[in-house]
Design a protein around this ligand. Structure first.
Ligand code: ACO
Length: 369
C-alpha cells in the first residue's frame, strides 16, 4: 500500500496529519518520476545487409610461385582455392564503408538515420582513431557514437551481442550499423607458407533496427560468447601494441605478422564451436532439426566438416571458404549476405552461426531472420 494516511483521531495534532500527507505525496512523486523506464523489446531485426569483396584474386597457383606450397596441399588441408586481396591503398575502413552503403540501401534507410556504429576488426586502419569513426565519415552518418570491437574471428558475433544489448537496454538505440571488416593480408607474412595461404580480405555490414512492432520477433534468439586467455599465445601478432611497439628489432624479427600454432588452434576450434552450438540450441529449447542454415566461421574446410559432423548437420552448412579463405570478422557476415541476396533465407528462418579466433575467443548465436 503506497498511501498510508492515518485515520483522524481526536487527540492527534493536525500538523501530524499534514506531515503524513506530504510524506505520501513525495513518495508517489518519486515513484512515478524517478523509476527507470522499462524497456520493451519490440522487434529488433536485421533490416539490411551488404558486403564488400576486393576485386583482386590470389589463387593457389599464384601462391605456388611465392612459397614452397601446392594447390593440392592447400585444397586438401584447408579447402581454400582462392582469396581476395585488397589493394595497397585500400583500407579496412574503405571495405567497411562500401559494405555499409550496400546495407543501408538494402534496409532502405540513409546514413543520417543511424544511432550507433560498431566495427569488429583486428586490422583497424590505425591503432586510433577507431575504424567505426572513419566509417561514419565515409558514409556521411551523423554524430552518432562509434567504436570498434576486437575479438578476432569471433568478432562479428561479439559485436552482434554488444549491439543487441545496447538496443534492448535503457539506451534503446534504434538503428545500429554493425560491420565485420578485415584487411587480413596486412598482417600476413608472405614468406610464411603455414599462414599466408589461409587469409583473405573483405567486409560485411548489417543494419539492426528496432521497428517498434511488437509482432516482429527479435533476430537474437540465443547466444553464447566466451574466451580463454590462457591460450592467448597460440594465435598472435606479437608486436604493434604496447608489449612491443614498433622498432627495428620487431620489424627484423617479423613480429608484426600473424604467428599461429595451427594444429592446436584446429583442435580447440572444433571443441569450442561444437560445445557453444549445443549450449545455444539448449538455451533456446531447440534441436539441430529446427535450424535452416548453419554458418561456421570459414577458416578451414576440415574444421567446418568436423563441427558439422559432430552436430549432425552437414547438409545445412553454408560454405564459401574455397572462394575467400579466412576473412576473420567478416567471414560469417559475408556468408549471411550471400545467402540473403541469393534469396536463400526467408523471414523467420533460424540460422546457427559459430566462430572462434585469437584470444582464444569463441561464440555461437541462433539468429531468426
Ligand atoms: N604448403 C605445404 N606444406 C605446408 C604448408 C603449405 N602451405 N603449410 C604447412 N605445411 C607443412 C608443414 O611444414 C608440415 O610439414 P612437416 O610435417 O614436414 O613439418 C606439414 O605441412 C603439416 O603441418 P601442420 O601444421 O601439422 O598441418 P595441418 O594439417 O595442421 O594444417 C593448418 C595446417 C591448415 C594451418 C591447420 O592447422 C589449421 O587450419 N589450423 C587452424 C587455423 C585457423 O583456423 N585459424 C583461425 C583463426 S585466425 C584468427 O583468429 C586471426
Amino acid at each position: 500500500m503506497i498511501i498510508n494516511i492515518k485515520l483522524f483521531k481526536k487527540n492527534v495534532p493536525f500538523v501530524y496529519y499534514l506531515i503524513d500527507i506530504c510524506r505520501n505525496v513525495v513518495y508517489i512523486l518519486l515513484k512515478y518520476i524517478y523509476t527507470p523506464q522499462k524497456v520493451t523489446i519490440m522487434g529488433i531485426r536485421i533490416a539490411g545487409t551488404g558486403r564488400c569483396i576486393p576485386e583482386k584474386i590470389l589463387t593457389n597457383d599464384d601462391l605456388e610461385k611465392m612459397v614452397d606450397t601446392s594447390d593440392e596441399w592447400i585444397v586438401t588441408r584447408t579447402g581454400i582455392k582462392e582469396r581476395h586481396i585488397a589493394e595497397a591503398d585500400q583500407t579496412t575502413s574503405d571495405l567497411a564503408a562500401e559494405a555499409a552503403k550496400k546495407a543501408l540501401e538494402n534496409a532502405g534507410i540513409t546514413a543520417d538515420m543511424l544511432d550507433l556504429i560498431i566495427v569488429s576488426t583486428i586490422t583497424p586502419d590505425h591503432i586510433f582513431p577507431c575504424t567505426a569513426a572513419l566509417v561514419q565519415r565515409k558514409i556521411g552518418a551523423g554524430k552518432c557514437p562509434c567504436f570498434d570491437t576486437s575479438a578476432a574471428c569471433s568478432g562479428l558475433l561479439y559485436a552482434f551481442n554488444v549491439a543487441y544489448g545496447m538496443m534492448s537496454s535503457p539506451l534503446a538505440y534504434k538503428r545500429v550499423l554493425v560491420i565485420g571488416a578485415e584487411k587480413m593480408t596486412s598482417l600476413v607474412d608472405w614468406t610464411d607458407r603455414s599462414t599466408c595461404v589461409l587469409f583473405g580480405d573483405g567486409a560485411a555490414a548489417f543494419i539492426l533496427e528496432n521497428d517498434g512492432n511488437p509482432e516482429t520477433p527479435d533476430f537474437y534468439v540465443a547466444g553464447e560468447v566466451a574466451a580463454d586467455g590462457n591460450a592467448a599465445d597460440i594465435l598472435i601478432v606479437p608486436a604493434s601494441g604496447s608489449a612491443h611497439p614498433a622498432s627495428l628489432t620487431t620489424v627484423a624479427e617479423k613480429m608484426h605478422y600473424i604467428k599461429m600454432g595451427g594444429p592446436k588452434t584446429f583442435q580447440l576450434a572444433v571443441l569450442s564451436m561444437v560445445s557453444a552450438c549445443r549450449n545455444v540450441l539448449e538455451k533456446a529449447g531447440l534441436t539441430p532439426d529446427d535450424v535452416v542454415w548453419a554458418i561456421p566461421h570459414q577458416a578451414n574446410r576440415r574444421i567446418i566438416d568436423a563441427v558439422a559432423n559432430k552436430l549432425g548437420i552437414p547438409e545445412k552448412v553454408y560454405l564459401n571458404v574455397d572462394r575467400y579463405g579466412n576473412t576473420s570478422s567478416a567471414s560469417i557476415g559475408i556468408c549471411l549476405d550471400e545467402l540473403h541476396r541469393a534469396g536463400k533465407i526467408k523471414r523467420g528462418d533460424l540460422i546457427l552461426a559459430a566462430s572462434f579466433g585469437a584470444g582464444l575467443t569463441w561464440a555461437a548465436m541462433l539468429i531468426r531472420w
